[in-house]
Design a protein around this ligand. Structure first.
Ligand SMILES: *[C@@H]1O[C@H](CO)[C@@H](O)[C@H](O)[C@H]1NC(C)=O
Ligand SMILES: *[C@@H]1O[C@H](CO)[C@@H](O)[C@H](O)[C@H]1NC(C)=O
Ligand SMILES: *[C@@H]1O[C@H](CO)[C@@H](O)[C@H](O)[C@H]1NC(C)=O
Ligand SMILES: *[C@@H]1O[C@H](CO)[C@@H](O)[C@H](O)[C@H]1NC(C)=O
Length: 247
């Protein structure tokens, strides 16, 4: 009889361990945004979820530099079975690798080889650069091997009213992210599309006011809308994370 009080709490702590949500991304996700009074949407995600959110996003990073710096791996060392990892990149991935490699650009898929295309560049020594899709599938498979639910999300859009008229068209990273999610059996969240829908409805003056310095980084008020758009897009998926949306 004396054993029971000791066993039960241990059992309960395993049975009801609260999952965590890890975020991997760039300045549009970092709590302090671009460190100029702007904010990233990761700061506001806890408002919309009932789970703890651990924001590991770092400004200026791409799928490639997040990989090279060991940041996906560091998250992998901390996750446990049942956790969630949200991976969202694209703002810093798109420049060409030549003539000057900025250390962040990815290799572009070429016909025939597709996402397995590799490029050799010199950046702090010789580096074999992969496609955006491969960096994401590699990270996703690492997490899945640890029982983690992986969400691959499209990057935030810029201010879609900046010309005065609303314009949105998905860039190539949207398809790359969709394919990465499909190839790694991850959940695909089209965050950019949900933002576009929200921005269209809000109109130019409200949306312009979210962008105090540039067309990429939002005010805290904007970041809250961007976080809500992520949850709206999540609702369209079959992710287990939907169970933890705080309405
Ligand atoms: C992993 O957990 C340790 C210990 O809590 C913490 O110091 C470290 O910052 C965490 N790293 C990541 C990437 O979550
Ligand atoms: C790949 O194929 C598409 C359509 O088939 C074509 O438009 C594009 O130029 C090709 N790209 C390369 C790098 O060959
Ligand atoms: C350059 O590479 C060296 C050796 O791999 C590494 O220790 C160093 O941190 C790297 N520096 C940068 C800026 O990436
Ligand atoms: C916005 O759209 C209107 C009507 O379609 C057009 O007349 C105007 O030139 C557009 N303005 C800009 C800045 O593109």
């Amino acid at each position: 009889m004396l054993i029971f009080p000791f066993i039960l709490p241990v059992f309960l702590s395993f049975a009801f361990a609260v999952p965590k949500v890890y975020l991997a991304g760039d300045s549009t996700m970092v709590a302090t945004g671009n460190n100029d009074g702007t904010a990233g949407w990761g700061a506001f995600l806890p408002e919309f979820l009932t789970l703890p959110v651990i924001n590991e996003a770092v400004a200026g990073r791409s799928a490639r530099s997040f990989t090279r710096e060991g940041r996906f791996g560091a998250i992998a060392n901390n996750v446990t079975n049942g956790d969630f990892v949200v991976i969202e990149f694209g703002h810093n991935d798109g420049n060409p690798l030549v003539p000057v490699d900025n250390g962040r650009s990815d290799c572009s898929p070429i016909n025939g080889t597709g996402y397995d295309t590799t490029c050799t560049t010199t950046y702090n020594g010789t580096e074999y650069v992969l496609t955006y899709t491969r960096y994401l599938t590699n990270a996703a498979l690492l997490y899945r091997a640890r029982g983690v639910n992986v969400i691959i999300s499209t990057a935030t859009t810029n201010n879609l009213w900046e010309t005065g008229n609303f314009t949105y068209s998905a860039n190539r990273f949207v398809q790359y992210a969709r394919d990465a999610a499909h190839e790694s059996s991850s959940t695909f969240v089209d965050h950019g599309q949900a933002m576009a829908d929200a921005y269209k409805a809000l109109g130019p003056s409200a949306v312009d006011a979210f962008y105090p310095h540039d067309h990429t980084h939002t005010s805290p008020a904007g970041a809250e809308v961007v976080a809500k758009a992520f949850v709206t897009a999540l609702e369209y998926t079959k992710s287990k994370l939907k169970k933890y949306i705080d309405n």
